[in-house]
Write a protein that binds this ligand. Structure first.
Ligand code: ATP
Length: 285
């Protein structure tokens, strides 16, 4: 059996996010196109010791049982009665509380890694089902690529690899709580909700103009009220030549889609002095 393993944990963005009604279990019913991006954490797992221990280069995430990576490990260790300990190192590159599923992707990577380290023999679907106990975004982070997500985000239909999207991601110096954004959300106040069917048609035709026209996020208005910088960044990205700019998830990260890597890079050169956290990213399949 292997002793140590390194796994990539890519962030996710929402290219569309439609929020339908609140369900009896308290979750909102969603319809969203989710895409993994090249911005990623690195997870190193090493078997040994007596307990599950977390360490990270970031001081902004918990290093105890509150960490989603810890929860994911504990879930599998209990389920499979694994007695040996595990050291988890998280190299954090994904901004925290940014709407990029940073915690969920670490949890997903830890589950994939433990499955391998301990030869548990779990298939992707089984891992995704177990991962849902950790969080709504964990199944997508295990599946990867690009998908239409329904339900609370766990009913997934993979889309074929299409265009490589070249983007710029800007995170304002502000953290938004996903729960707080959803509590403020009112369906009837949404003006322009995404048409996921039209997005997928454009995606399948490699039609970048068509698909960017259908990039919408129902939560944007609410999050802009809490963090007006989102709107300011959107306007800046548009002025710098983005075909489309959109907030990801519940925010506050904003992505700008550009026609080429060169254009995204040029925009990055111009905006990086104004915001500490700016990233040149592309879709990750
Ligand atoms: P989502 O888009 O799924 O709502 P997010 O990107 O907005 O997630 P995260 O970066 O996942 O937010 O962090 C949200 C909270 O989760 C933070 O308050 C953080 O302390 C906690 N957390 C626990 N484990 C982790 C982890 N491994 N990485 C990042 N945050 C973590």
């Amino acid at each position: 059996m292997k002793k140590q393993l390194e796994i990539e944990a890519p962030a996710k963005i929402n290219l569309t996010l439609k929020v339908l009604g609140k369900r009896a279990d308290g979750y909102h019913e969603l319809e969203s196109i989710m895409q993994q991006i090249s911005l990623r954490d690195k997870i190193i797992l090493e078997r040994g010791g007596q307990a599950i221990k977390i360490k990270s280069n970031s001081h902004m995430i918990p290093e105890d049982e509150e960490n989603l990576a810890y929860k994911a490990a504990q879930l599998l260790y209990t389920k499979f009665s694994i007695k040996e300990g595990l050291r988890i190192y998280i190299e954090k590159n994904i901004p925290i509380g940014a709407g990029l599923a940073g915690g969920s992707t670490d949890a997903a990577a830890v589950m994939i890694g433990i499955n391998d380290l301990h030869n548990l023999g779990l298939g992707k679907n089984e891992l995704m089902e177990i991962g849902l106990n950790i969080g709504s975004d964990v199944p997508f982070c295990i599946m990867g690529g690009i998908a239409l997500a329904k339900g609370r985000g766990e009913v997934l239909t993979a889309l074929n690899k299409g265009l490589q999207l070249e983007m710029l991601l800007v995170k304002p110096d502000y953290q938004l709580s996903t729960g707080a954004v959803y509590r403020e959300f009112k369906r009837e106040r949404v003006n322009q909700s995404p048409d996921n069917k039209a997005f997928i048609e454009a995606w399948l035709k490699y039609d970048i103009i068509g698909l960017t026209q259908h990039m919408q996020n129902d939560l944007e208005t609410v999050s802009i009220k809490m963090c007006p910088d989102i709107k300011i960044i959107k306007n800046k990205l548009n002025a710098l030549g983005a075909i489309k700019s959109l907030m990801s998830g519940s925010g506050p990260s904003v992505i700008g889609v550009f026609a080429s890597y060169e254009e995204a890079r040029e925009a990055w050169e111009r905006i990086k002095g104004q915001y500490k956290e700016t990233y040149l990213i592309s879709s990750y399949n």
